[in-house]
Design a binder for this molecule. Sequence first.
Ligand SMILES: [Zn+2]
Length: 599
Amino acid sequence: MPPNARSCSSAGPTTTVVTSIADLPKHVLADLSNPGVWKIAWNIQFERTVIREQLGIDIPIAQWLDPSVLARIAGFSGALALASEVLNPEGQAKSKEGSQLIKLFSKQGKDWNDPKYAEAWRRFQHYNKQDVIAERTVYNRLQTFTPSAFERKLWELDQRINERGMPISVEYVRNAKEIVDRERQRFMAELTTLTGLGNVNSVKQLLGWLTGRGYPYSSLGKGYVAKALEGPYVVGVSEALKLRQALAKTSVSKLKAIENRARDGRVRYSYRFHGSHTGRWSGEGVQLQNLPRTSSKWGEDEVNVRACFQAPEGHKFAVADLNSIETLELAYLTKCEPLLSVFERGEDPYVDFASSWFGVPYADVTKEQRQLAKPAVLGCGYGLGGGELVASCCRKPVCACGKNKDVVKGGLWGYGESMGAPLTREQADDAVRAYRAKYWQVTDFWSKVEAAAVEAAVTGTARQHFGIVFDAIPQKFLWVVLPSGRRLHYPSPQVGANGRGTELSYARKGVYRRKLYGAKLTENLVQALSRDILAEGMLRADADGLTIVGHTHDEIICLEPADSTDALARLIAAMTAPVSWAPNLRLKAEGYEGTVYKK
Ligand SMILES: [Zn+2]
């Protein structure tokens, strides 16, 4: 890291607008090549690429600092305009006309010497100066959120992974696109003939046509279309719905995204570091964390989006994922003995819950019973209710937002359905009761952490529970110190009253108010710690010389030489080595090697 860092954040009239590389002041060029000077930029990807491509200076990642990461760690948005609004409301905020001016000069390439654009050019220069000042002001206010040495190392690894990208088979993507485009044309022609509509891609037109023929929902979302198809067969409507279903397959948008984002056989910059509030990565572009699990049928052909990702010649993937990491973390955090002992015995938590829920011995649990138990194990720890009907708009039993959309299955009942576990309404209620009775430490944890968070938010003094510290500067920040040492921040905490007692809320991304109740807090803590476990595995795998090209919440994807004999074993060892802050955690991982990415 740069010693004696002289950052651009020191106040002073240092903004200069230059219109060509030749006009760059000598001291700026010297600083860019000086490893002792921090390069600070909001989302470094743009500046790093421009400086490398235009100036031929490849500034190592270790010399960069990205204040947008600090903003996200603080619980604000990583968008400069939003962060400025919160952190710097008295002005100097990123001007909103900026994006129009960028379009005019940087995208359309209008000539700034043309008198027609003289005024716009003057404003563009002003905007650029303001932008630097806004970045500087926001950065100065964010310095308390500077990442730890561990997080700094992780961010540098993240940047390298993003720059490497996931390799694709250009040929497979091309063929898949051809198949999908061909079939889509056919489906659209059929749908046009059937409905007589001018544009069958218009949701409004198609919805109007369907509603006039008895379609019961106000949305063409996948779930609604599927549900309507379960209903009584109506001539014309069912055919139209089936065609709509085929046209709206996830693979269509994914293939388009892959094609748009791929450069020389790689999809890059798919991960945003600390993109979610818990510290997890969020997806960009192709959304690699959210690929369809199965292939889809297009006429006579099958298309599998995952199979677009293939190792280039002479290489193979080594892929491993951590077993039931969230359930293990939940058990660890809440000190839930019955759940912890499942992992100690090396058993399956879904089978264990099914065994007590259905009252059969562990060994006699059927595949179907395990399938029914799975959504309960995954959802009930975060406060999921049983078999309730809710409004699709706000997920409340009685619409609270005023949109009054369709009534749908909520709670465990709806969650099970979305996971392919067809629970009845009564079964859902029953599973929630059984879960809360068997793992009572979990529900106990909800109320204790909520009380600790509320107390900290009100008094501004630290409270500790289960090795987790809750602390706050009232009105400004509530934060949680995780067992891993990392802090989760909740901006602008407020404690109000509702019918049942106190109600804690915070400003999500610094803007929208969100309720923070015990079960929600538990979900945040579990996901944050699961991320920290994966992060340790990533750094260990990297240090061991493995080449990470991708990851999801519990999975790491490496690209290794085809003749490597120990890549998978090394990856699994890196992911399951004792965690520094919880050495007794029983981590388990499994995986595969191959030239095609799969699940
Ligand atoms: Zn509503």
